[in-house]
Design a protein around this ligand. Structure first.
Ligand SMILES: NC(=O)c1ccc[n+]([C@@H]2O[C@H](COP(=O)([O-])OP(=O)(O)OC[C@H]3O[C@@H](n4cnc5c(N)ncnc54)[C@H](O)[C@@H]3O)[C@@H](O)[C@H]2O)c1
Ligand SMILES: O=C(O)C[C@H](O)C(=O)O
Length: 352
C-alpha cells in the first residue's frame, strides 16, 4: 500500500493539468485524527497526508498540535492540513468529517494489560465520541484507543444516547493483529512459487490471514487454517504463531521498556484500514478487511471478523468460514473474556 500511496502522492504533484485530471479523481475526503500529537497520531497523520484520497486533514490533540501541523504541512502533497488544540476547538476540528480516527489515550507500560488502561481511556473515548455525535454524526469512526474490546462498545452507547448510532459506521481497528499474523506467517513459511519466502515486500503482500474475535490476549484469534497461500504447518507451529500474534503488542511494550506501545506499526495498520474505509466510501467494490464491529455472527454483540466496506461503512459482516478444531477451541475460550469487556464498556457509558 505504501508504495502505491507514495506513487500516487508523487503523481499528484506531477505537471498534468488539473482540469484533465479532475474527471477521474475520486471525491476529496476530510479525515480527522484525534490524538494527532501522540506516538501513533504523528506517523498516522503523516501517512494520511500521503494518501491521495484525503483532501483535508484535520489534526486535533489536547497538546502539541501546532508543532505536528507545522511539520506535516511541509510535506509536499496536495492534502490540506489544519490543526486544532484544546477542547474548545474540537467541534471545529470535526465539522464536515468523512472519517474520524481515534488514537487518543494512554498506552501500556510493561506488566499492564490493555484493560488496565480502561480507567483513563474510557472517559477520553466517551468525551470524543460525544463531540463526534454532535459535530459529525455521519462520519465513519475508527477507534484505535485501548482497550478496543471496551472502547468500541462505549462509543456505540454514546452514539445511541445521542440518537446518531449507525452500526455500519463504527469500527474497532484490529488491523495490526492482521499485519502481525501476516508478517509472522510469512516469516515461518516457504511456499516457493506461490509467493511466500519470508523476505521481500511482495511476498508479504501475497499473504493473507484473517484475525477474528477482539483485540486483547486470547481474544485475538488468527485463523491460520484460512491463511493464503496455503502452507503445511505443524500443529506446534500453528500454536506458536497464534501465541506470537496474541502477544505481539506485549512484545513491543516490553521492548520499549516503559516508553509506550506499538506506534509505527500501528500507524501503518491504521493507515491501511483508513484507506480501505475511504475506498469503500468512494464505491470501490469488494473492499474486505477485518474489524471489530457490531455483529451477529456469534452470541456476542461485537466481534472482529472480515467485513465488506462500502459507501455507508460496513456493507456486510462476513461469517467465520470453516475453522479448525484448534480455532474452534480458541473461539470458545475467548467468548467469556470478550463478553465481559464489552459489558464493562456498555456499563461505563450508561453509568457515568
Ligand atoms: N488498536 C490497536 O491495535 C492499538 C495499537 C497500538 C496502540 N493502541 C492504543 O492507542 C492509544 C494511543 O497510543 P499512543 O502510543 O499514540 O499514545 P501516546 O501517549 O503517545 O499518544 C496519545 C495522544 O493522545 C492525546 N490525548 C489524550 N487525551 C486526549 C483527548 N481527550 N483528546 C485528544 N487527544 C488526547 C495525548 O495528548 C497524546 O498526544 C493507546 O490507548 C494505545 O493502547 C491501540
Ligand atoms: O499492546 C498494546 O498495548 C498496544 C496495541 O494494542 C498493540 O496490539 O500493539
Amino acid at each position: 500500500m505504501m508504495r502505491s500511496i507514495l506513487k500516487n502522492a508523487s503523481r499528484s504533484l506531477s505537471s498534468v493539468p488539473r482540469r484533465k485530471y479532475s474527471s477521474v479523481l475520486p471525491p476529496g475526503r476530510k479525515v480527522v485524527v484525534l490524538g494527532a500529537a501522540g506516538g501513533i497520531g504523528q506517523p498516522l497523520s503523516l501517512l494520511m497526508k500521503l494518501n491521495p484520497l484525503v483532501s483535508s486533514l484535520s489534526l486535533y490533540d489536547i497538546a502539541g498540535t501546532p508543532g505536528v501541523v507545522a511539520d506535516i504541512s511541509h510535506v509536499s502533497t496536495r492534502t490540506e492540513v489544519v490543526g486544532y488544540m484544546g477542547e474548545e476547538n474540537l467541534g471545529k476540528a470535526l465539522e464536515g468529517a468523512d472519517l474520524v480516527i481515534i488514537p487518543a489515550g494512554v498506552p501500556r507500560k510493561p506488566g499492564m494489560t490493555r484493560d488496565d488502561l480502561f480507567n483513563i481511556n474510557a472517559g477520553i473515548v466517551k468525551g470524543l465520541c460525544t463531540a463526534i455525535a454532535k459535530y459529525c454524526p455521519h462520519a465513519l469512526v475508527n477507534v484505535i484507543s485501548n482497550p478496543v474490546n471496551s472502547t468500541v462498545p462505549i462509543a456505540s452507547e454514546v452514539f445511541k444516547k445521542a440518537g446518531t448510532y449507525d452500526e455500519r459506521r463504527l469500527f474497532g481497528v484490529t488491523t495490526l493483529d492482521v499485519v502481525r499474523a501476516k508478517t509472522f506467517y510469512a516469516g515461518k513459511t516457504k511456499v516457493g512459487d506461490a509467493g511466500i519466502s519470508g523476505g521481500s515486500i511482495n511476498s508479504y503482500k501475497a499473504v493473507n490471514v484473517p484475525v477474528v474475535g477482539g483485540h486483547a490476549g486470547i481474544t485475538i484469534l488468527p485463523l491460520f487454517s484460512q491463511a493464503t497461500p496455503k502452507a503445511n504447518l505443524s500443529d506446534e507451529e500453528i500454536i506458536a504463531l497464534t501465541k506470537r500474534t496474541q502477544d505481539g503488542g506485549t512484545e513491543v511494550v516490553e521492548a520499549k521498556a516503559g516508553k509506550g506501545s506499538a506506534t509505527l506499526s500501528m500507524a501503518y495498520a491504521g493507515a491501511i484500514f483508513a484507506d480501505a474505509c475511504l475506498q469503500g466510501l468512494n464505491g470501490v467494490p469488494n473492499v474486505v478487511k477485518c474489524s471489530f464491529v457490531q455483529s451477529n455472527i456469534t452470541e456476542l454483540p461485537f466481534f472482529a471478523s472480515k467485513v465488506r466496506l462500502g459507501k455507508n461503512g460496513v456493507e456486510e459482516v462476513l461469517g467465520l468460514g470453516p475453522v479448525s478444531d484448534y480455532e474452534k477451541q480458541g473461539l470458545q475460550a475467548l467468548i467469556p473474556e470478550l463478553k465481559s469487556s464489552i459489558e464493562k464498556g456498555i456499563k461505563f457509558a450508561n453509568q457515568s
